[in-house]
Ligand binder design. Structure first.
Ligand code: ARG
Length: 467
């Protein structure tokens, strides 16, 4: 009879002393990888069923394993399961409990499997579900923006470059710019899912196994397209987690840009928008304040999500093939990014759903800062055949004159304008308004209300096809 191991009952056979408490603390991942319990149990059930189908374990052992795993799933779900740090991680916690519950057959579950392919499978399942979740909630966010764009296809606002008034645009067009960004984020999520949709289970420790396993069967049972093709790559690859973190960081960047705009737009100085009470906070000292905390926090979440990406990129660089324990550090970064990205998307959805647009402030700002100067220059090109560079120069002089007089371009007299260039006629005034400016920008992708309505239609039908 071989004596019982001194420490870890899963791998302690060749050890005569327990691990030091600090060793146990640095080694354990159960504090966070318990989040993978459902995937771990799902993976084990698929593996056990396949082992039985292949005649590697008996049907009756497989049945006991399945029942035991279901019991463990309920115990964890109900919060009665006792997690043990000495058992390191979710995989060994589940297996040890299975042994308590069903005895000897539990020891057969790990045939033709290693924790290396097990964790790669569990984590892929989790990340895949999360990427699909982000894909779904971004779809809902897009719907909110499309609704806003439709409602505000005609609402004019200043368009900025360098945060200086540039040319008038419509608020609807501005909203549709974010639809494009979030749609790209969704397509990155879909691509990532497509790439990670291969099952590493059966790669075993690193070299595959001598048992006659059926990897296609387990891949299929777990909802993967097919098994991974190289056992070394299977257990050492964390690209799926990096893909997720990359798309999370890019998406958070988009959310953060809008968050920054909301912070600016909701100041009393701009007062372009008002956030609902549900998505604003007050100040404990200044009673008049309405703070855009949700927007600020979305902006800040981007920092930690970017950090999560850098953390895992750095963990993975320079690891020799195949598995190294460094890779256990893959999970917290992804969990943190996933929790915070989800919160950020949901907070943005809630904020934008209830936003009040102050069209009057936007229109006033849209007309200030000589925003229609380009329209004057374009008119000169079109109607008087001036080269654009010269028209730009004449318009610059008109802006300087209006600035000196303290009026808008449209308020200069025809005499004033003709003093700058003799071929200007009174027809020029027909283009010198913010509304005419935006309506004229009908080039494909331009800001004209008619374009915005067309884009709204396009996105509605694209979304409808998905549903
Ligand atoms: N908890 C480990 C992890 O997340 C599981 C794999 C352990 N494999 C090993 N060979 N020690 O990476």
């Amino acid at each position: 009879m071989v004596k019982k191991p001194a420490g870890n009952q899963m791998w302690g056979g060749r050890f005569s002393a327990r691990p030091d408490a600090i060793m146990e603390a640095i080694n354990a991942s159960i504090g966070y990888d318990k989040k993978l319990y459902a995937q771990d149990i799902e993976g084990s059930k698929a593996h056990a069923a396949m082992l039985a189908d292949q005649g590697i374990i008996t049907k009756s052992d497989a049945k006991k394993i399945m029942q035991g795993l279901d019991t463990i799933s309920s115990e964890i779900g109900e919060g009665t399961f006792e997690f043990s740090t000495a058992l390191e991680d979710i995989h060994m916690n589940v297996e040890a409990r299975l042994k308590d519950l069903i005895g000897e057959p539990a020891g057969r579950l790990h045939t033709a499997r290693s924790r290396n392919d097990q964790v790669a499978t569990d984590f892929r399942l989790w990340v895949k579900a999360q990427a699909l979740h982000v894909h779904a909630i971004l779809g809902e966010l897009i719907d909110v923006f499309v609704d806003l764009a439709e409602k505000h296809a005609d609402t004019v606002m200043p368009g900025f470059t360098h945060l200086q008034t540039a040319q008038p645009v419509t608020f609807g067009h501005h909203m549709m710019a974010y639809v494009e960004m979030f749609a790209r984020d969704r397509s990155r999520a879909a691509d990532a899912v497509e790439r990670m949709n291969e099952c590493p289970l059966g790669a075993a420790a690193l070299a595959g196994t001598g048992f006659a396993i059926d990897r296609k069967a387990t891949a299929k049972a777990l909802g993967f397209r097919e098994p991974t093709r190289n056992s070394l790559d299977s257990v050492s690859d964390r690209d799926f987690a990096l893909d997720y973190l990359s798309l999370a960081a890019i998406c958070a960047g988009h959310l953060s840009r809008l968050a920054e705009e909301l912070v600016i737009w909701s100041t009393p100085q701009f007062s372009f928008v008002r956030l609902t009470d549900q998505f604003s906070t007050g100040s404990s000292i200044m009673p008049q304040k309405r703070n855009p905390d949700a927007a600020e926090l979305i902006r800040a979440k981007t920092g930690r999500i970017n950090g999560d990406l850098i953390a895992l990129l750095t963990v993975m660089k320079g690891l020799p093939l195949a598995y190294s324990k460094d890779m256990q550090e893959d999970k917290e970064a992804v969990f943190d990014a996933a929790d915070n990205l989800e919160l950020a998307i949901l907070a943005m959805t809630g904020m934008m759903k209830g936003i009040t647009v102050n069209a009057a402030s936007m229109a006033k700002a849209a007309g200030s800062g000589f925003s229609i100067a380009t329209d004057l220059a374009d008119w000169l090109v079109r109607e008087t055949n001036l080269p654009f560079r010269e028209a730009h120069h004449v318009t610059g002089a008109a802006v300087a004159m209006a600035e000196k007089k303290g009026c808008g371009l449209e308020e200069l007299s025809l005499d004033d304008l003709q003093g700058l260039h003799p071929s200007i006629t009174k027809e020029v005034f027909s283009v010198l308004s913010v509304e005419k400016s935006v309506a004229s920008r009908k080039s494909f992708g331009g800001t004209a209300p008619a374009n915005v309505r067309r884009q709204v239609k396009y996105w509605r039908s694209r979304r409808a096809k998905e549903k």
